[in-house]
Design a protein around this ligand. Sequence first.
Ligand code: PMP
Length: 461
Amino acid sequence: PTFEPTVPRERVQALMQAEQERYARTHARSGERFAQGQQAWLYGAPSHWMRRWIGGWPLYVQDAQLPYGARFVDVDGNGYADFCLGDTGGMCGHGHPAVVEALTRQARVGSSLMLPTDDAAWVGEELSRRFGLPYWNLTTSASDANRACIRLARMVTGRPRVLVFSGCYHGSVEEAHVELRDGAIAMRNDIHPNGFPHDRLSAVVEFNDVPALERALRAGDVACVLAEPAMTNYGMIAPAPGFHDALRRLTRETGTLLVIDETHTISSGPGGYTREHGLEPDMFVIGKAIAGGIPAAAFGLSAETAERVWQVLPKLHPTKRQSAHAGFGGTLAGNALTVAVMRAVLSQVLTPEAFDRMLVLARRLAEGVNARIAAAGLPWHATQVGARVETLFCADAPRNASDVRRTRDGELEALLHLYMMNRGVLITPFHNMMLCCPGTTEREVDEHNAAFAEFVRECKG
Ligand code: PMP
């Protein structure tokens, strides 16, 4: 079936032009900074991820709100309610006093010594208590943690392939840069294949497709399944009832390790989706928000998986200098600064009480969006995974990436993003996601919902 737009294209394009003109007028200083940035930065700004802004250039941030909150001001003096929150990296909110205190205290003592500090024991035990897996290792990014899990899975199973679900995103992980297109493996978002043999080292099936998953796993060459428990990076796609049971049963039956990537779905609650729904992964990945915005991530192993890892990478006495390298890294992984801030985050910021408040606000956001959609009679909906909400321009919740591809309205998504930005509300680019943090208040939610009501009115014409 061909794509049927829910808003006439001429209207979307006219609105987009008006919004881009407005953005250029009200964000001139940011535009100058980005023009200057072309001199030194490969893609105009310190990270290429910072360049994809539909207004024409990224905002340059002046200040996050002080005291603590979910607001900031740009160099042109525009203020924002921040629901992007650094695409989850800022999920603790901007300038939390506990994070600031831990950062400054540890920075004075020493940030990176390649030695553990007294915070290590508490943080390790808290990771186990929260997420339920007994053994942990820190990395500097979720991408790094995913790559480490893949490496360990290959080491213990001796198998080559990594299975992912079409529409996934797990960071800069070659094996996960694939999607299913017309039933065949293809490069996700036309990403450059980089000489990597995806056809030999990756496998990809649709989310919620148990028969396809079973066929792929029965081949016996898959080291691990790498999955978000609910997909968040290509529209939000919930697991169908029974899907996680089938995934766990089939991975166990075929000797395949199950890696659950909770980098985004930590929004579900203090122990992530895994704890909320009683999942039993062999390996667990958490990144982005875990150290209050300091680059950091962690992966955890079940007791059985750790035993298998120790078989191939033994826990030798430290005096045995020939012990093998693990093959995953980072010199700065688990450094003193990271661990100090992680302790502050886990004990004082992303607490169960904070999640309770965040979930109430996210519900207010989603209900507000859905009420305005219903009143306008538009075939859209908002979906919620804990503190995370996404507006989808289709009537029915997608079951997999093909559903998303069939109904996705990229032009309208881009328009919503810019429209909100011009009205002081920042939502995540690329997938129009909104996240509530412990510092979000009803004020930000109501600002979003009021701006969304205007957007709906203009789309109706
Ligand atoms: N896993 C998931 C589920 C993600 O959404 C992302 C980033 N969006 C990553 C991993 C990678 O995180 P990073 O870029 O911080 O390594």
